[in-house]
Design a protein around this ligand. Sequence first.
Ligand SMILES: Nc1ncnc2c1ncn2[C@@H]1O[C@H](COP(=O)(O)OP(=O)(O)O)[C@@H](O)[C@H]1O
Ligand SMILES: [Mg+2]
Length: 429
Amino acid sequence: MSTVVLDNVTKVYPGGYLAVDRMNLRAEEGEFLVLLGPSGCGKSTLLRMIAGLEEITAGDLWLGGKLANHLAPRDRDVAMVFQNGALYPHRTVRGNLSFPLEIAKADPALVKERVVELSRALHIDETLDRRPGTLSGGQRQRVAMGRAIVRQPSLFLMDEPLSNLDAGMRTELRMEISSLVRALGVTTIYVTHDQVEALTLADRIAIMNRGVLQDIGTPAQVYNDPATAFTAAFLSSQQLNLLAATVRTPQNQFILLDFGTHQITMPWTDPRAYAVSQHTGMQIIVGIRPDALMPVPERTEGPTFFGRVRTLEYHGHEWLAYLEAGIPAVHVPEPPDRRRGHVNGSQAGMNGKARSMMRRLLSSSAAEEEEVAGPAPSAASGTHRRADLIVRLGSRPVWRAGEHGRVAVDVSRLMLFTQTGARIDPPRR
Ligand SMILES: Nc1ncnc2c1ncn2[C@@H]1O[C@H](COP(=O)(O)OP(=O)(O)O)[C@@H](O)[C@H]1O
Ligand SMILES: [Mg+2]
């Protein structure tokens, strides 16, 4: 069993690409921690640094309370499963599963017993005498998983182990991974870009974007109470409405979120009122999930948005409507891209040089961040557009295209962010 602590762990690749930027997180003993983020955000890089397959440019990695930056991979007691679980093609399933134990010179009788037991748990006991080439993708991933599990490491690292499987197999294996790993109680760090996988599997989810940690918490915390606009958008099953609003406090009577064509008031009794009032006169980003907007009759009192129903979309289990309300929408604010052509990367492997290179990178990206924190993502930077409000209608299309539609706004479910995408009222963690 093992805890994993990352203390400002950073990776700069040769060529100067800052792939992981000052990552801080802690996986508790026996915890199932999911690293979630879009393709290219640095998840595999981070996992490979924990496994010892990639050098850490700066910061510290602690495994089971021991500084592990320079430990050889074989001394870390970790097992890793990759997307394409590479198996030994000329060994049978039995041979693949027993190999790690044979290397460890385990008692052959014990090996035999353990392999049979594990193959039953993974539903591959019928395939023990077959070679990997004759197995389905799902069976191969089960063998890869079994080979990682068989010698009971202190830490499992799994890098998108299900992403090459079809949907049905993915769901099935997802449940099995969950129960198997939990039964073993081994600390697990699981990488995925799939938010459903993350929400269903994790004890806690760490969300990354462009090498930067965006949020960490239980699935319910990061979904309902996201720390950043990126997290809110990435975890939404339907596209999140991200709208630009200006905060006003007319005569200090209440808080007005001014969307241009529409205004929504927030009373001073709202728990977020004080934090929002600190942004009076400034533009903020308001996130609204499509299911926080409820179609209502035309003469409804209270906070509402309205507009022309541009189009309806059938999704099988529900209808979505696109409402032209004339409210300016914004893109998800992103940390700056830190690819640097001018940095001489041939020396990045050398630690002193890499450190000084990283200092240069970090100082220049800090300047860039200030630029972004200024007027962006405003009309000036061209990220503004007037998009439709996406509204969830449920199983019946209550509107027709071209009609006038009105929706009640659940003010308590508005998510309020600064222009750089940080939450205005602090999330509860
Ligand atoms: N060996 C490498 N040299 C240079 N850049 C790399 C290398 N490996 C990965 N990268 C870059 O680092 C970024 C993060 O990659 P990766 O960790 O594989 O992301 P993810 O697993 O989240 O898709 C990507 O932009 C990728 O192109
Ligand atoms: Mg990857």
